[in-house]
Design a protein. Sequence first.
Length: 296
Amino acid sequence: MEKDMEKVLQKAEVLIEALPYIQHFNRKIIVVKYGGSAMSNEELQKNVIKDVTLLKLVGFKPIIVHGGGKEISRWVGKVGKEAKFVNGLRVTDAETMEIAEMVLNKVNKQLVSMVEELGVRAVGISGKDGGLLHVEKKYADGQDIGFVGEITGVNPKVIYDLLEKDFLPIVAPIGLDDNFQTYNINADDAACAIAKALHAEKLAFLTDIEGLYKDINDKSSFISRITASEADELINGGYIGGGMLPKLANCTSAIKNGVNRVHILDGRIPHCLLLEIFTKHGVGTAMVSDADEMLN
């Protein structure tokens, strides 16, 4: 009986610890970029959706921006094509673009269903809807990589309208150019652009790593908190490479353009989003502005 009471009291303490965070972030916008392993494992997928739904129910205004990576590659393989990447960007010919859009729409509606099942109203859109994401053709070191879009403009009206009507928006990273040609967009880029346009309080990247390391081979070099200028120093010093380089550049860009805080989280940890937002310790890397760091 005593042990049961201890467990109950521990739960109460957790809720009390979360209270100031709930108060502070009430009615604030949080953009969650969702992809990687957390998306391919059904159990983790459900946990992420539960987390985002809980954020909605306690007064946040969450927005999910999702990728489709491994699922797109799987379908490209089904039609006998080989997935090709240049600098981490998928080479997207017309047929691959068609497959990518089909898969992203499928994933989008699956996520909508999961949120609706938990009692929250969700609407799935792509960057085409309401002129949300305007793009131009993107090149990788001068190479033509097909229908891959560089975001040149964001019209967030459709998202504001959905938030105002109490919907949870779920966005697939597809955009249109001046000629209304469809382009595939890197989901990190899309999440970052949307967070900046909405002046989001938080932008959270769910990734396949624990967070940011100064040296990826040295686990003791983990960075739990960093300012945008410190991140720039790491980038310029050549400490950051591979897929983390564009992700970190997106983080610093978001901070410099009015997003209050950016989180890099390990999407493989169940409920990482709640742990990072509602507890003192957190579980990933938080990036803050230089001004915010001086206040703390």
